[in-house]
Design a protein around this ligand. Structure first.
Ligand SMILES: *[C@@H]1O[C@H](CO)[C@@H](O)[C@H](O)[C@H]1NC(C)=O
Ligand SMILES: *[C@@H]1O[C@H](CO)[C@@H](O)[C@H](O)[C@H]1NC(C)=O
Ligand SMILES: *[C@@H]1O[C@H](CO)[C@@H](O)[C@H](O)[C@H]1NC(C)=O
Ligand SMILES: *[C@@H]1O[C@H](CO)[C@@H](O)[C@H](O)[C@H]1NC(C)=O
Ligand SMILES: *[C@@H]1O[C@H](CO)[C@@H](O)[C@H](O)[C@H]1NC(C)=O
Length: 412
């Protein structure tokens, strides 16, 4: 059975590569929702919110785009919480996951279903970040997206560079001493790696909310990673190219996956399904889904995809260059350094949400992770949830966001 699936994946991927070389566009015309062509800033503005576009430059030259929603609607001065400084609103960073994009937090038409709008209306200063390699953060001081050098990164660099840059930038602009951080999926990985005990960065984090937490992924059931896990990365690079992964593959998104998945649920209509699995997604809104699917996959490097698939075998560690010699050049040791949860902050209040149908953040892996956290304040398991329900679910506002508000209020 597994072999047959693997063969099917190979065929689909090869076909996709072949066909997408010739076909460049078309799908856009098929969808009529007026919001379909709006970018993240326009979607926010259309709902009546003020939106500011900001750019933070990382130490290694990447330009990270952030969208800020400084005020709620009809309650611009609302501030239920009491932050350190009475004049300041507490800032919250929303960090999307792998191949996702900031839009994930603001795409619902019903405002109370999107966390970005909920937080703004509750009086928080909302910052939505887009990591390097996504369609909104595709600039660099020296390279452009046609350069291989631009794509030479994985979640190692997002954690080491993107994360501190956005935090410092926000602290600088707002005057707050600390920020609250809410991550989904790879957004939580960045926190587990970046918020090291005793580090300057960890002192700037007031709370850490991890939705579908991901660190070790040895039990991950992602179809894509399981397909890639046994391939040499030289071959993967040949198959997919060094650069952006699955970002603009109209055939994959618009044709092959839907036909392949004609008997399965709507989550199947996205190539993100290749990563997150095509589980049950009864919480997703079919009507609204095209809006987010027009922006997700948000883009990432092939190297990042390879890194994730390596870690299905390798546990939680830095990118493996494939030979002791190459690893030595990068790390001064023959194997990639391991990430260790004992290095994660022992003081940042941490709040975790997991899902019973999640194929990425699996029971075996989060049960390994959670007991290692020193300051776990709250943990909630939602049996019916799969990986994307935490951001796209119609009822996430009931299942997840009310608890987020409760703990944000408590700590701000
Ligand atoms: C969205 O589009 C508008 C109009 O073209 C532009 O001003 C804005 O910068 C865009 N936002 C992002 C995040 O690219
Ligand atoms: C799904 O989205 C549409 C369009 O935004 C909305 O009218 C409808 O009420 C939503 N359905 C649910 C169950 O939230
Ligand atoms: C903080 O703001 C000042 C003044 O606008 C600027 O010169 C400095 O580079 C900023 N620092 C960071 C980390 O963004
Ligand atoms: C974890 O902490 C140990 C001891 O403080 C240190 O030697 C090691 O380099 C750290 N690992 C990472 C990945 O930061
Ligand atoms: C993590 O650190 C702890 C304490 O230093 C150590 O006992 C453990 O072996 C380390 N785990 C890994 C995977 O390096």
């Amino acid at each position: 059975m597994k072999n047959i699936l693997t063969i099917i994946y190979i065929i689909i991927i090869l076909l996709t590569i072949l066909i997408s070389c010739n076909v460049t566009q078309s799908k856009e015309d098929k969808l009529f929702d007026p919001d379909f062509k709006l970018n993240i800033s326009q979607l926010i503005a259309k709902q009546g919110y003020l939106v500011e576009n900001h750019f933070a430059t990382t130490k290694d030259g990447y330009i990270i785009s952030l969208q800020r929603i400084p005020n709620g609607i009809n309650n611009n001065n609302k501030k239920l919480f009491k932050s350190n400084d009475k004049k300041l609103k507490a800032s919250v960073i929303l960090q999307h996951g792998l191949e996702d994009i900031g839009t994930t937090w603001v795409f619902q038409e019903i405002r109370y279903q999107s966390l970005g709008f909920i937080l703004a209306d509750e009086g928080y200063d909302v910052w939505i970040s887009n990591v390097r390699g996504t369609r909104y953060s595709n600039k660099h001081l020296k390279y452009n997206v046609n350069d291989d050098q631009y794509w030479d990164f994985s979640f190692d660099e997002m954690s080491e560079f993107d994360l501190p840059s956005m935090v410092d930038y926000i602290i600088n602009v707002t005057g707050n001493n600390k920020v609250n951080y809410i991550g989904h999926s790879q957004g939580t990985t960045m926190g587990f790696i970046g918020f090291k005990e005793g580090s300057e960065l960890s002192k700037k984090i007031n709370t850490f909310f991890a939705l579908a937490p991901v660190a070790r992924v040895t039990h991950c059931k992602s179809p894509l990673f399981n397909f890639l896990v046994n391939l040499k990365f030289g071959l993967i690079l040949k198959l997919f190219g060094v650069k952006s992964f699955l970002m603009d593959s109209p055939i994959l998104r618009g044709f092959l996956i839907p036909s392949f998945c004609s008997i399965t649920p709507i989550a199947c209509t996205t190539s993100l399904g290749f990563i997150t699995g095509w589980g049950e997604n009864s919480n997703l809104n079919e009507t609204r889904l095209p809006i987010i699917l027009s922006q997700s996959p948000g883009g990432t490097s092939t190297k990042n995809i390879i890194h994730w698939s390596q870690n299905l075998k390798n546990e939680f560690q830095k990118f493996d260059y494939g030979s002791s010699h190459e690893n030595f050049i990068h790390y001064s040791q023959s194997t990639p350094p391991k990430y260790n949860i004992t290095n994660f902050s022992k003081t940042i209040p941490t709040i975790i949400f997991t899902g019973g149908k999640d194929l990425i953040s699996t029971k075996e892996d989060y049960n390994w992770l959670i007991p290692q956290l020193n300051n776990l304040i709250y943990y909630k398991h939602i049996d019916s949830y799969s990986h994307l329900d935490f951001v796209w679910g119609n009822d996430a506002y009931k299942q997840v966001y009310t608890d987020i508000l409760k703990y944000l209020l408590k700590y701000n």
